[in-house]
Write a protein that binds this ligand. Structure first.
Ligand code: DC
Length: 251
């Protein structure tokens, strides 16, 4: 997010969570007064979501919410503290204790720049514990809503159109074939100095896809009212042009 600083202490997350428990998923969107326009972009890893969402947000002058970075930050913080990530209560405690600031292009964890550290293969793999932890999801979704309150936002993740913002004005599900996504992921990793062969990247991606789709809480799925966009063979500019057209139609 270009100029936005999320200081979670400003809005007690407990209050947001309590509202969530009281009102349920759909009602909270109304109860916290989401008066801005919310654009959700969900889809599997490697579909080009991040770059597309970021560029779209910049074009529209909207804020950008990278929800994957939040799950990554929780996993990374837990790993650093040496806690067992499979211990659900402990992991939730870590999530509640840390401060994540999304200052595009930087992600700060308790004030420290962890942008690069969050994108390694190791952290990517550990993040599954945060993503499948119902308490952590509930907590982060409440934070996402608190952050978006009254703002024009492009939010990117897996459950943004289904769980976090069911009343969003514009919902997009961005995807591409597995091979295309793995090729993009390899380029991404290489740019960061990590080298893996194509088959390894494809196999790990397949595992993550399966897990993302099968988990009980916040599974990867298009919302019933989402527009499906398959990005194979499209340049990033073409993708963003298309998304912008979809948003402008709803404005
Ligand atoms: O988009 P990403 O690769 O940075 O996401 C990292 C992990 O977090 C990935 O395993 C999916 C998960 N995630 C999620 O479960 N829900 C979200 N809203 C965003 C990401």
């Amino acid at each position: 997010m270009r100029d936005c600083l999320y200081l979670f202490r400003e809005r007690p997350p407990a209050a947001a969570t309590a509202q969530h428990e009281k009102f349920g998923t759909t009602e909270i969107a109304k109860s916290v007064g989401l008066s801005g326009m919310i654009v959700t972009i969900d889809g599997p890893a490697g579909a080009g979501k991040s770059t597309a969402a970021k560029t779209l947000a910049a074009r529209l002058g909207f804020r950008f919410l990278d929800t994957g970075a939040m799950y990554r930050a929780v996993a990374f913080a837990a790993q650093r503290r040496g806690i067992d990530l499979a211990d659900e209560a402990e992991l939730l405690r870590v999530a509640q204790e840390i401060q994540i600031e999304l200052r595009d292009p930087l992600v700060l964890l308790d004030g420290e720049d962890v942008t690069r550290a969050l994108r390694t293969m190791e952290v990517t793999s550990l993040t599954r514990h945060a993503a499948s932890n119902a308490g952590v999801r509930n907590y982060l979704v409440a934070l996402q809503r608190a952050c978006a309150e009254g703002q024009n936002v492009v939010t990117e993740g897996r459950d943004q159109g289904t769980v976090a913002f069911p009343d969003a004005a514009c919902k997009i599900f961005l995807t591409a074939t597995p091979e295309e996504r793995a090729r993009r992921r390899m380029q991404d990793l290489e740019a960061r100095g990590e080298k893996f062969d194509f088959e390894t990247v494809l196999a790990r991606q397949h595992e993550r896809d399966q897990r993302d789709r099968a988990r009980e809480v916040g599974p990867l799925a298009p919302a019933a009212d989402a527009v499906l966009v398959v990005t194979d063979g499209m340049s990033m500019e073409e993708v963003v042009d298309h998304l912008e057209m979809l948003v402008r139609r709803k404005q």
